[in-house]
Structures are given as structure tokens and as C-alpha cells.
Design a binder for this molecule. Structure first.
Ligand code: ATP
Ligand code: MG
Length: 278
């Protein structure tokens, strides 16, 4: 069974892309088949995976979404090359890139019949080949993010360990609730991941406590946090994950252990739901 996880937060620069790449490669290192999907017209995930100039790509996530929007009247799509944008990365994950065309696709979606479900329709065609599909969302709550949440089984919310972080998430939770009620009842929140944590400072420890107090009773906050490190910031330019760039670093260790935590949680959830359905 495939699990589709949207990595989402309305706020920019909280570590969504870094988490998608390194959690994805971390899951692949645990033997899982992983597809990473860039759902941000900035194309940051694509750049992190070594695409030098996303603008030059002719086959991206928007190419397939545009096709499905244009052919929404048809039951079958025999001419549709739905695997065309899927690429292989040297570190054992597949990925689908994005570029600025995705911003135009989002505009087209507004008047489309299936404006919230195009991405789900597409992922349903390709996801069976994978154990995990991770979607790197853009920093917004617009239609592309709604598409990602509609296609997803769950959401992981990276939160930059900062004193204001606890105030930032109301709009995101409203959107998740709206998608769950109207479009995707199975949507769950897997948890909040604290990124860029300065755990050696008192300030860092206070923020950890604050976020766990503010959200911990309602939502899981992953035990594993991601430390702040310049090595993490350097990986995007290198086009590699932290596991290739600096395998012995604290950040590599943290993302590997986050991947294990995600796997353990997924197994627990699966066990609970099979017990319930007996
Ligand atoms: P956007 O909202 O623009 O898509 P994002 O939420 O995807 O941003 P990232 O791009 O992953 O966030 O990270 C923001 C910046 O912080 C990047 O420059 C990244 O390299 C850096 N960064 C990410 N994780 C860490 C870390 N653990 N320590 C230090 N810097 C980090
Ligand atoms: Mg990003």
C-alpha cells in the first residue's frame, strides 16, 4: 500500500523542501521505494536533486496536470505519457520536477471542473510503484496545495523552531480541516517536525517546550528534531541529500532517525486500522 505524504506549511523557509528531500532519501535508505514530487513553481526540490535549471525542462508536473485538465471530458487517456516527467536520482529515489509553469497551471485550475482533484487523479496512475510519495508544497494555501492535500493520506508540517512558530499554524489547520471535510476524509496529520533547532541553547530548549505544550495534546510532535547546521543549507546547491553531502553529520543522523520514526508510526497506524476492520 502506498502512503502519500504532503510536506506543507503556509509559511516560507521553514524547511519543507529540505525535509522532503532528506526524509525521502532516508526512507529509501530504509529499503522503501520513494517518489518525490515537486509541487512548487520555484522548483526548489528539483534544484536540490540536481536539476540545474528547472526553467529549461519540457516535462514536469505541470505538463501532466495541464494534459489532464485539457482532457477532463475523456474517460481514458491512451495517448497520455503519464510517466514522462518521472526521473531517477542517483541516491535511489524517483522524482517529478516542477518549474514556473506550475504557477500558470494553478491559474488554469481555477476554472477546471476537477480543480481540487487533478493531482490525485495523476498520482493514482503512478503511485502503485512506490511505498511512499512525498509532496513538497509551495508556501501558500492556494489550489496547488489543496490539490496536494486532496491527493495525500497525511501531512507532515515542518516548523522552524522560532518563538512565533506556535502562532503560525491556524490557517494551515483550517485548510486541512476543510479538505478533510469536503474532499479527502482519510487525510491525517502525521505530525509537526521541528527544524533548524538550536538544541544547545536555552532559547532552543524553551521553543521545543513551547511548541510541544501548544500542539502536543492535539497533534503529534515528532520526537526527532532537526538541528540547525550550515551543512544542511549547503546541500541544496550541491544537488545531493545530506546523506551524500555529509553522511556523518548530526543532520544526516537526525533525518535518518526521523525516517525511522515515520516508518514506525505508519506501521502502528496500519496495525490499528486492520484491527478495527476485523
Ligand atoms: P519555501 O517556503 O521557500 O519553499 P521551505 O519551507 O521549503 O521554503 P527550505 O528551502 O527547506 O524551506 O529551507 C529554507 C532555508 O533554510 C534554505 O536555505 C535551507 O537550505 C535552509 N535550511 C533548511 N534546513 C536547515 C537546517 N537544518 N539548518 C540550517 N539551514 C537549513
Ligand atoms: Mg520549499
Amino acid at each position: 500500500m502506498t502512503k502519500v505524504i504532503a510536506c506543507a506549511h503556509e509559511k516560507g523557509g521553514v524547511g519543507k523542501t529540505t525535509t522532503t528531500v532528506n526524509l525521502g532519501v532516508g526512507l529509501a535508505r530504509q529499503g522503501k521505494n520513494v517518489l518525490l514530487l515537486d509541487a512548487d513553481p520555484q522548483g526548489d526540490l528539483s534544484k536540490c536533486l540536481g536539476v540545474k535549471n528547472p526553467r529549461e525542462l519540457t516535462s514536469t508536473i505541470s505538463t501532466v496536470m495541464d494534459y489532464l485538465i485539457a482532457h477532463s471530458d475523456e474517460d481514458a487517456h491512451p495517448d497520455f505519457e503519464y510517466t514522462a516527467p518521472i526521473r531517477q536520482h542517483a541516491e535511489g529515489v524517483d522524482f517529478i520536477p516542477a518549474n514556473a509553469s506550475l504557477a500558470a497551471t494553478e491559474v488554469t485550475l481555477v476554472n477546471s471542473m476537477s480543480r481540487e482533484t487533478i493531482l490525485r487523479q495523476y498520482l493514482d496512475m503512478v503511485k502503485d510503484n512506490y511505498d511512499y510519495v512525498l509532496i513538497d508544497c509551495r508556501p501558500s494555501l492556494g489550489l496547488t496545495v489543496v490539490n496536494a492535500l486532496t491527493a495525500a493520506d497525511s501531512v507532515i508540517i515542518p516548523v522552524q523552531a522560532h518563538i512565533l512558530a506556535a502562532d503560525d499554524m491556524d490557517a494551515l489547520f483550517k485548510t486541512i480541516g476543510r479538505v478533510k471535510r469536503n474532499l479527502n476524509p482519510r487525510l491525517q496529520v502525521d505530525g509537526i517536525v521541528m527544524t533548524m533547532v538550536d538544541s544547545r541553547t536555552n532559547y532552543g530548549k524553551q521553543i521545543d517546550t513551547l511548541i510541544r505544550q501548544a500542539y502536543g495534546s492535539k497533534i503529534k510532535v515528532f520526537d526527532q528534531t532537526i538541528p540547525r547546521s550550515v551543512r544542511a543549507a549547503e546541500t541544496s546547491a550541491a544537488g545531493k541529500s545530506i546523506f551524500q553531502y555529509d553522511p556523518k553529520s548530526k543532520v544526516a543522523e537526525a533525518y535518518q532517525s526521523l525516517a525511522k520514526e515515520v516508518l514506525v508510526d505508519a506501521e502502528k497506524r496500519l496495525k490499528r486500522s486492520t484491527e478495527r476492520s476485523r
